[in-house]
Design a protein around this ligand. Structure first.
Ligand code: GLU
Length: 442
């Protein structure tokens, strides 16, 4: 386990100790998503008032765990995978955030994702800090048995820092309710007691919550509708382009279509499809469920991937991976509004270009917070062993998203800043206020 704050050489400043030097893996240069996150924090420090003295807390994850995950493959050989769990901050409550399985996962990426969870959880005011985990693996290359063994070994390895009151994982890219069931079972077997509250996003029959599957997409839709009112955009007839048509983009696409919008373009790992009059979303969802991608969808035009960003549309929903909207394509975006279903899809340089061009960006840390909000409901239901109906869950979700969005909008107006900076101001103040109240121990 690496503790950034216990770096050995402590420099002195006129005899007074200073911070230990920032370890290389925490610095902004060439660190991809973590570098982007550090720039986002720097932009809010001037707005933090006296809490600014605690701001370094936000730039150093509390705890980083890197684990070796060895498993027996079906062919009798042994494979090793690299796993991570990062607890960025626990000032407001236990760590909380998903686990992703992807061949490109890195420590720096998981650090950024854990930090964005701290901001997101504080922005919607659920009583959690921020955490994230991942394994550097292409899960499609594993059999079901290998996937289960890898998930269980990873859970055992990170079992020393997770738990219902310590850090609660959930699904993220390429993980689902079956993987959460295996994680819950493994943790419970090691503890000698069934602990449903150790993960969220579980199957309904194992302490999962109604409404959790659609929650992130429903949150994206809810804030999108609220923001559209502010800029006079009619959802009826609005043209939408969606990147990633899975649990987030697919659900958001469905809800916007039900509200009268048209999904004109979809991009995923299989390519880019386009139809000016609007794609048949229910049929496309069925096609994606059957084939694993939007590619080869009957009746749609195929576009070159780079042309996706130039599609004539009103709303753009990046709902895949980080750093998709960059200085290279931000100038070409025609949408009036970008709703970030993914975590970290827009780089700080692209943010500036979009703001200059008057494109409204609804940042990830508020726009995709619906998932963790219903995770919170699931955790509360598990603790009380009393389960709510779906209408109640959706109504509570919509209220939290609308209230949080209204608060952030007001802060953006007050300080004349972007919605991202406004969300960071609200969230960082909550986190650092808790930090200050708790004080330092010893
Ligand atoms: N992985 C989701 C996110 O990025 C949900 C996390 C959770 O429910 O803990 O927000």
């Amino acid at each position: 386990m690496l503790h950034p704050s216990t770096h050995t050489s402590v420099a002195t400043n006129n005899g007074a100790p200073t911070n230990s030097p920032i370890p290389s893996y925490l610095q902004a240069d060439n660190l991809g998503p973590w570098g982007n996150y550090l720039q986002q924090v720097d932009r809010v420090v001037p707005y933090l008032g006296h809490l600014g003295r605690w701001a370094d807390t936000l730039k150093r994850p509390k705890r980083i765990l890197v684990v070796d995950v060895p498993i027996h493959l079906d062919n009798g050989t042994i494979a090793h995978f690299e796993g991570y769990r990062v607890q960025h901050n626990t000032s407001r409550g236990p760590g909380k955030g998903g686990v992703r399985f992807h061949q490109d996962v890195t420590l720096s990426e998981v650090m950024a994702l854990s930090a964005w969870m701290s901001i997101k959880n504080a922005a919607v005011n659920v009583p959690y800090g921020g955490a994230k985990g991942g394994i550097r693996v292409d899960p499609k290359s594993l059999s079901m048995g290998e996937l289960e063994r890898m998930t269980r070994r990873y859970t055992s390895e990170i079992g020393i820092i997770i738990g219902p009151t310590k850090d609660i994982p959930a699904p993220d890219v390429n993980t689902n309710e079956q993987i959460m069931a295996w994680m819950m079972d493994t943790y419970s077997m090691n503890e000698g007691a069934t602990a449903t509250g150790v993960v969220t996003g579980k199957p309904i029959h194992l302490g999962g919550s109604l409404g959790r599957k659609d929650a992130t997409g429903r949150g994206v839709f809810t804030v999108g509708v609220e923001a559209a009112k502010h800029i006079g955009l009619d959802i009826k007839g609005a043209r939408i382009a969606v990147q990633g048509f899975g649990n987030v983009g697919g659900v958001a696409g469905r809800l916007f279509t039900e509200a009268g919008a048209k999904v004109v373009a979809v991009q995923d790992h299989g390519g880019t499809i386009y139809k000016a009059g609007g794609l048949n979303v229910p049929a496309l969802l069925k096609h994606v469920a059957e084939t694993g991608s939007a590619a080869n969808f009957a009746g749609a035009e195929v576009l070159k991937n780079e042309l996706f960003w130039e599609v004539d549309c009103d709303i753009l929903i990046p709902a895949a991976l980080e750093s998709q909207i960059t200085a290279t394509n931000a100038g070409k975006i025609k949408a009036k509004m970008v709703i970030e279903g993914a975590n970290g899809p827009t780089t700080p340089a692209a943010d500036d270009i979009l703001q200059e061009r008057g494109v409204l960006v609804l940042p990830d840390v508020i726009a995709n917070a619906g998932g963790v909000t219903v995770s919170y409901f699931e955790w509360v239901q598990d603790f009380s062993s009393f389960f709510w109906d779906e209408d109640e869950i959706n109504a509570r979700l919509v209220k939290i998203m609308k209230d949080a969005f209204a608060g952030v909008w007001a802060v953006a107006e007050e300080h004349k800043v972007s919605l991202r900076t406004a969300t960071f101001i609200v969230a960082c103040k909550r986190i650092l206020h808790a930090r200050e109240l708790r004080g330092l121990y010893p």
